[in-house]
Design a protein around this ligand. Structure first.
Ligand code: BG6
Length: 483
């Protein structure tokens, strides 16, 4: 299969916080990859800004080192690397003062797409947005890109939205949730809405429950102090897991267009029922093999922050009443695996002898790693000896089915190109973020008020036993986190 790359329009991309971690690990390597595949037009220009004084050469040196470290093939592509670096320049900008804004204004071209990527603390979003406006750098067509955390509760998310909207219109604001840029997450929409096979079954009549797991093998080493102020609920559930839930549960949009898709996602969030405390498990990993516990990594022996959450969620609408969605995410689990498991109901009447370890039909959408789709099906076990049944998998991996075409682009590069194209479909709308917080806030408040402590689980395991019980109570069980 031949990969088709359609170049985007000429653009001026200004990255605030250009020497920070995200810019060096994700944004610039993503842009470099788009350059190497020919998607970036000759006239594209990228300006890095930060507080420190630096000339263009010094900045290019920093980015050269970052690309050699973080862009998978940069070391073999030195010619391309140098040509890419020529597109980069640097302006020292004091976001709280006057320095640099005039230089930025002078740099912008009237006929290029303008995009401002704020890879900085959210506390600076409003101020930067205002200065871009005051200095005539932003035009009514410019785009502003912001990263999570987008607030830490409903009130702060509202305040952030309000501060951005003082200077930019909603159609100009691109709130990144990098899960939406993952190829397999988008594939979830293709699977649901480009096939007629699933839709008749995609409801509570046929689906017993859905499991959404985002398991990570890494702990919070190195960022424990930051993480401890957030926790898994804010860091993962409020954004990434809720996006996966929305894409799985939403009604078919009338068109694949930004507001049509986002309207349907908001409806799912608004249909979420409050979660009973007994339907949520919070956890912290304990030390195994001397690698340290969550509390060691967080630097607080009394930390009450969860780095694992499992919860049973009900979507209160006609399609899903009676079909729970179980969400689970955690650090330091057995493996890094993200998947959605749609478990179908058993046949209404079984005419064959009961199987040992019967699990039933399930559609497993593996988001990472080994992206693919598996359909668990029951067959007759071959050979004599009567009608014995067995469960087998109909398997499709992207790598096998699509070969080199399956070579996934990083989520960020896809999303940045969408910003330049002016396509907001894969970005969170302001009301979407606020609805998600409105549902999450009472859960976190309940924890704070009850002062319940997270339960502990073994690092490298499958999470707390209580999380297993959450499903057992309903006669169900989690799909194993596969190594
Ligand atoms: C980030 C979280 O948004 O997503 C991290 O802040 C988490 O804590 C990461 O590790 C997971 O992303 P991915 O793409 O590695 O699954």
């Amino acid at each position: 299969m031949v990969s088709r790359v359609i170049p985007v329009d000429p653009f001026d991309l200004i990255i605030f916080g250009a020497t920070g971690d995200l810019a060096r690990r994700k944004i610039l390597p993503g842009l470099f990859h788009r350059f190497t595949v020919g998607q970036m037009p000759e006239e594209a220009r990228i300006v890095g800004t930060a507080r420190s004084e630096m000339d263009n050469d010094a900045f290019r040196g920093v980015i050269r080192d970052s690309l050699l470290e973080f862009a998978p093939r940069a070391a073999e592509q030195t010619g391309l690397l140098e040509r890419f670096l020529e597109k980069l320049s640097y302006v020292c900008v004091d976001v709280k003062g006057d320095q640099g804004w005039g230089d930025l204004a002078g740099f912008m071209r009237p006929d290029a797409v303008r995009a401002f990527y704020l890879s900085v603390s959210p506390s600076l979003f409003g101020e930067i947005a205002a200065r871009l406006n005051e200095n005539g750098i932003a035009t009514p067509d410019s785009r502003i890109v912001v990263e999570k955390p987008f607030g830490h509760d409903l009130a702060s998310a509202r305040a952030l939205n309000a501060s951005l909207r003082q200077s930019f219109d909603e159609h100009q604001i691109y709130r990144i949730d990098h899960y939406l840029g993952k190829e397999t997450v988008q594939n979830l929409m293709a699977l649901r809405f480009a096939n007629s096979l699933w839709e008749p079954l995609w409801n509570s009549t046929h689906i017993d429950h859905v499991q959404i797991t985002v398991a990570e093998s890494l702990g919070v080493e190195g960022r424990g102090e930051y993480y401890d102020r957030s926790g898994a609920m804010r860091d993962m559930v409020q954004n990434h897991l809720m996006q996966l839930l929305c894409l799985t549960a939403m009604e078919p949009p009338s068109r694949f267009q930004p507001n049509a898709v986002r309207d349907e996602k908001v409806k799912v969030i608004e249909a979420l029922e409050p979660v009973a405390p007994s339907d949520i498990v919070r956890g912290q990993y304990r030390d195994r093999n001397g690698e340290g516990s969550y509390r060691d990594h967080a630097g607080d022996p009394n930390s009450q922050t969860e780095c694992f959450v499992a919860m049973k969620v009900n979507v209160g609408n006609w399609r899903w009443a009676g079909t729970p969605f179980y969400l689970r995410t955690g650090k330091k689990l057995r493996a890094r695996t993200s998947e959605i498991v749609v478990v179908f109901r058993d046949p209404p009447h079984m005419i064959f002898p009961k199987m040992e370890k019967h699990r039933g039909n399930a559609l497993i959408i593996r988001l990472q790693p080994d992206e693919g789709i598996t359909l668990r099906t029951t067959i007759k076990e071959p050979g004599p000896g009567g009608m014995r049944l067995a469960e087998v998998s109909l398997d499709m991996t992207f790598a096998d089915a699509l070969g080199s075409h399956a070579e996934a682009q990083d989520a960020y590069e896809r999303l940045i190109m969408d910003v330049i194209r002016g396509d907001q479909t894969l970005f969170m709308r302001g009301d979407e973020v606020e609805s998600a917080w409105a549902w999450i806030d009472p859960i976190i408040k309940g924890w704070e008020e009850s002062e319940t402590a997270p339960v502990s689980y073994d690092a490298g395991g499958s999470g707390p036993d209580d999380a297993l019980m959450l499903l057992h109570r309903g006669g169900r069980r989690w799909r194993e986190i596969e190594v």
